[in-house]
Ligand binder design. Sequence first.
Ligand code: NAP
Length: 234
Amino acid sequence: MLLLGGTGEARELAAALVADGVDVVSSLAGRLADPRLPDGDVRVGGFGGVEGLAAWLREHRPGAVVDATHPFAAGMTANAARACTATGTRLLRLQRPGWTAGPGDDWRWADSLADAAGMVHGTVFLTTGRQGVGAFAGLPGRVLVRCVDPPTDPLPAGAVLLLARGPFTVDDELALMREHAVDVVVTKDSGGHMTAAKLVAARELGIPVVLVRRPPIPDGVLVVASVQEALACL
Ligand code: NAP
């Protein structure tokens, strides 16, 4: 099984498959300096586009590919769909559901990071990850930029860089947002519980949240929403 990873679900699925005696190779992009490694074999780095992945699939002939990459890893998801079609390899997409607003939430939807950058002012809490931070470089106010590793994109003039890896508790998020007098939170619609505490904290403090919409999943790809469903399907 080739498991395209970089998410908590991918690590959970790898652990369950390895425990079941399945040969699993997890693939990581290699973006983080110190990634959390899944159980089983691990390879790190890009395949070299659709052709590179197709060549890997022809050489290793896995029984299936599980694309458990992040909902915003659209390039890898598109490549997986095309390479699996080209090589006749079975493909399953594991993607957690997006978040849903509840009573008291003040959520505003953006189509892209650039769109989100045009919707915010005051002190901005940016939690969209290190990639694409450049879209916010022109913001004039204070911008609290939280990510695991330092971004390579240019940062806004008033940036405060916070290097931290979740999960975070609601109390952590409340304390942080109060300390920095945050006016608005920006996030991707990543879904899941690992990074949802900021949404609860924003609701409690009456702070608006700008959410970037997910990219679409390629047509014809079989999709499951949880590790349990993926295991049943596999
Ligand atoms: P992306 O834009 O969709 O992918 C760009 C290229 O990175 C791919 O074409 C591929 O290179 C390589 N790549 C991506 N994921 C890979 C994987 N699991 N194994 C091997 N190569 C991979 O991806 P991204 O948004 O940069 O995300 C990179 C990784 O970070 C993914 O594993 C994803 O699950 C994780 N992640 C992403 C986000 C996010 O917000 N985007 C958040 C949390 C975690 P080649 O074309 O050379 O094969």
